[in-house]
Design a binder for this molecule. Sequence first.
Ligand SMILES: O=P(O)(O)OC[C@H]1O[C@H](O[C@H]2O[C@H](CO)[C@@H](O)[C@H](O)[C@H]2O)[C@H](O)[C@@H](O)[C@@H]1O
Length: 902
Amino acid sequence: MTTFIVSLFLPYTVDFHDLPTPSRRPSPPPRLASTSRRDSISDPQERKASLFPVPTPPRTPSATADHEEFFSQLQPSAATHFPKPHDPRSLVRSDSHVPEWGGGLFFNQPRSRADPAPPDTILEYAKAQERAKAAKIRRTQRSPKGRQSRDHSTDDRPWGSEWTVEPAIQGNGGLANAVRAAVDAGSMGDIFWVGLIGFPTDSLDATTKDEIHEKLESEYDALTVYVSDSDLDGHYVHYCKTILWPVFHYQIPDHPKSKAYEDHSWVYYVHLNQAFADKIVKSYKRGDIIWIHDYHLLLVPAMIRKKLPDAQIGFFLHTAFPSSEVFRCLAVRKELLEGMLGANLVAFQTREYAHHFLQTCSRLLIVEATEDGVQLDHHFVNVMSLPIGIDPKGLSVAREEEEVLSWIKVMQERYRGKRLIVARDKLDHVRGVRQKLLAFELFLNKYPEYRDKVVMIQVASSTTENSELAATVSEIVTRIDAVHSTLAHQPLVFLRQDIAFSQYLALLSVADVLMITSLREGMNLTCHEFVFCQDGKASDKKHGPVILSEFTGSAAVFDGNELAVNPWDYQKCAEAIKVALDMDDVEKERRYSKLRDVVMHHTGEHWCTNLTNNLAKVHDEHYRRDTMSIPRLSIAPLSEKYRRANKRLFILDYEGTLASYGSVTNIILTSPQRVIDALSDLLVDEKNIVYVMSGRTLEELELIFSRLPNIGLIAENGCFVREFGGTDEWISFADDDKTKMWKESVKGILQYYVERIEGSWVEERHCSLIFHYEKADEYEAANRQAGDCANHINDACQNQRVRAIPTKDAVCIEPLDWDKGTAATHIFNNLRKELAPDFLMVAGNDRDDEVIFRWANDMFTNGTITDVTTVSVGNRNTVAMATLTQGTTGLISVLGRLAKLT
Ligand SMILES: O=P(O)(O)OC[C@H]1O[C@H](O[C@H]2O[C@H](CO)[C@@H](O)[C@H](O)[C@H]2O)[C@H](O)[C@@H](O)[C@@H]1O
């Protein structure tokens, strides 16, 4: 059994050695400040000028230039980008920030043969297509037979004779580190990476491609997908980067260029996704697990599902998932959702993104979405959230490296007496660098007393795609420098290029504050790395605070222990800087220990292992259900029974059966109006007696069903019954004194868990107690403790005739003697003789409905009721006679069809 980790880029690439390297430079060892350029200046005047440069004209601030030189002692190259440049399997940066795709930045690699300039209009696009076609024909005519791919119309260099496998610069470093950590810990088994090799490959001949494929497959457990340069360009540079990436980060592209491109680049997106699906299908063996990652490959799950109906497929989205109102702006939107829904399990970084996805499916695909997933016509797709994390073990080794330790010393010396605010972001609109600089500028204006004491070091690698943003940012940098720099101090160090890995770790270690102001971001592993590096093992203990945009996934996991900011609120961001700098040690410590707990618990390894376990579980449930012989509810025989009946009794569960789960006042995913309409249609027929059963209190049920005064109700899972026919009275089965006693004992136990699980709480109903932990800070830990809590109560309260049942995000404690089955018995026994039904239909969806299914099945087998139908809505294993996989919508439509029969 192998797990395929499918991601756009492999964690490996290839460096060709038969050509000169464009930007590779030998990496000098870190030098202490005394060896830096300005310290070598002997003339004191000149030295002073160098130390304290005067503000310079716009766009070339000298302060920055000075610092750039300082940091460029290890200017990024393959040798400085990775902690272990010659070990392709080693830890990499979580966030790679490659400024240019396919630019041959660190390695000798071919350039793209696709048309580099994105046409502005559809007309230009059509012309470009024509040109490309003609060029292809010319190339084919020139090439010798069988070697069509080896043509060099744009690049005649012979790529191929000598190359080595190197760690990839492109791609998702966080994913690579997480998988590696899980494999090393032995929790993943065999894996195969599936992805692109990280550069355009049209210039490679077939033999070289085969050789690379073979080496990566046999020595690096990696399957290379080859696509044409134009497919890759259209997919990545255009559809992904100009359409999906902005939209997923709440930036609706309305630039004319984007609009013109939308329809055309979609084709390339499809092609590339298909190439990935084909590769996986070809390599798949029964029992293999397929994990597809991120927004580049949204269509792959459904493409694989088409060919491999039983495969175990998981999909994880690393970016944010926007609200349905934003997602629906995409021209091709249903296809994207349907593509993702080919998986058994679709997972997100946070609950918010998962919830957005559920709502989007519900609204755009008109399917039923519950908290657990999406109910499609023939199957259920589970949806969950699980935040990715870093690899503390790997990072711990990396920061012990001599180079990192030297840089820590260098920086401590260089910035002695200053408070350092640091950040490393790609200069992309979504990272909010502009907003951060404006907030910093405001901070300097508002609090001049800090001007000489604070330095913000902002590393921001830019791309040509974002030249407008780069220019705007440059202006702000220049302004800050011109206004706030003095002879002795420059408060802003703005680096327009990336820094070496060792410098990055050193910077995180010596900083006082980290400031991240992304306008949206799936997670932000830089924060996690900062927290890890602040523990004082490699440098002085810092335990510095994190100023973090509330729009990042990391803010959701840090849960208020960061200094959360809205990046558009410059005033508040400026204040947050002050709060961070003024924070006393006790408060720092309090926050830091919480942040560190999160970082050390939500590691990449934990993420990988949990995703794999969850996928196995849901796949097993889906598969088991499919192979079980419980028939689907068949409407024709049910209609026949309905027609011939003289009196019909319906007992229908509410949440999860008639309506999706939700609070009484806020039922988001399914409107109860449809439920009310369906039930009132049934109630029109005098032959029908209808009861709704629920775990909710009598007051809640009265509220929900206020418009159906005749309806019978079963509240608190069988502890109360309001009889059919329009009475206001409730029959209570439980003894008040006994209830009071057991509640006292159970509350004592629950108190223990409430104190230990932050965010948990106890809801008291008339005859039951519910221990809720859906908002717990540490959800996984809470989940485990909830299991203990249930066992604890079941052991301790045996004599009090109560039981604790773990349900989703809660433990329900209720009396043993009263349940939906006993309520149904009561109802049936009390029906007057002339109302005795010869038709019974019971519908439920959860394990607490099994008892009433059993009761109803018995009524049929012992001949008490002629026609009985028990239906389980959803996909669980059940004793019901039939299942209804279309979910609540399916049940409502069945009831609607019955109500129309005469
Ligand atoms: O720029 P791309 O090649 O399109 O890749 C997108 C980004 O992927 C990685 O970030 C994503 O995954 C991270 C880990 O789960 C998460 O923290 C981040 O929010 C996601 O966007 C990669 O780290 C970025 O450099 C890429 O830009």
